[in-house]
Design a protein around this ligand. Sequence first.
Ligand code: EPZ
Length: 418
Amino acid sequence: MGKYLISGGKKLCGEISVESAKNSVLPILAASTLTDEKVVIKCCPKIADVISLINILNSLGVETAFENENLIINSSGMNNYTIPERLSKELRASVFMLGALISRFKKAEISFPGGCNIGKRPIDLHLKSLKEMGVNSYIDNGFVKCSAEKILAKKITLSYPSVGATENLMLSAVLADGKTEIRNCAREPEIVDLMRFLNTMGAKIYGGGTSTILIDGVKKLHGTVYQPMSDRIEAGTFLIATAITGGELQLNNCNAKNICTLIHKLCDNTCKIAVKNDIIYMRSNGRGKSFNLHTGPYPDFPTDLQSQMAVLASVASGSSTITENVFERRFAYVDELNKMGADIRVKGRTAYVNGVLQLTGTKVRALDLRGGAALIIAGLNAEGITQVSGAEHILRGYLDLDKKFRSLGADIKLIDGD
Ligand code: EPZ
């Protein structure tokens, strides 16, 4: 529960440091259970999804402890391959445990994963490709039960470059006997980060970031100390927020290469952006021009920044279109945004946006993680007070979002209650 109260119309100015990436830390947490030696994940963000996955690891007998910002993981006592329903429903990332549990126990039992309500989010690609590796699965009373005599190193072609399925295949193949090849795999930066993490544990994985990943199975993995990549979606959320309010932003600990499609879009849209090493500087004069956007698997425009861009379009001059090609139900925020005076009509996978001069503050509800972040950004632009309830969705993926926006000059606070 909880809600954000925002008094809009203030420019954002200042600098923030970007956290470690949620969508990299989650599969890395699963991968850390593939050794009995100590694993240290540096600067591990204490966001709700990470805490939920840590709770899952604890329920499987894995010991975890935070030492300041670092998370220490010891899986030597891991003794269970069944994830209780109450835990696996909390987030999508529980599905990554499939590959790790199969690698370790040749068995896995998880109830259908939870996560944002942005589409059906089946796991057919996961199960179909795992079956090619000798993993048999069946559904029993809402539980996915998997088992394998032996994990087979194979050449597998994904019918869609699914991020989660790619990660599960990597986790299943890393200790298999032989060479596995994953074709038409996901190319997201988080895949590259998982490959780098596993390779610091002694894995032999090549090709992360391309459409084909090669995994030469090894007998054993050892412990490691690892700093995950920075969160490109958090970085993009702040850049878009500043583009909308006007102002100046310095983002530290940010790899601009991972969000170059966003940076190009913002530069085309009256923002001035400079990049030096892992720092991005941006200056915005506020109201931008209309644009057309298509999301897609990396390196196309990230679906996780789609809703935030819709807010930018809603106060731009002219009409824009936003087409969502990854998830089939990722426009739930539109009705809420229209309550604030936006003029958006959704037809199929495309949102048609007629820009208005300014949004007006009112009560709205976050229905998923990124849609909730978009409503906060809308509140920062809006005239008057905006109340964004359903804060629990946003706390899944953003650490101290209100505090960070306040440090940039926004008038925003997070309060209890719905
Ligand atoms: C990961 O989800 C991310 N989550 C998502 O971020 C992100 O939006 C998505 O990748 C795409 O980049 C995590 O990493 C925890 P997919 P994932 O498998 O793995 C369909 C956020 O806001 N599909 O690439 O679930 C699926 O329904 C979250 O941080 C199947 O049909 O994404 C979707 O339409 C949201 N069958 C499309 O593929 C399957 O077996 C992309 O899904 C698997 C996926």
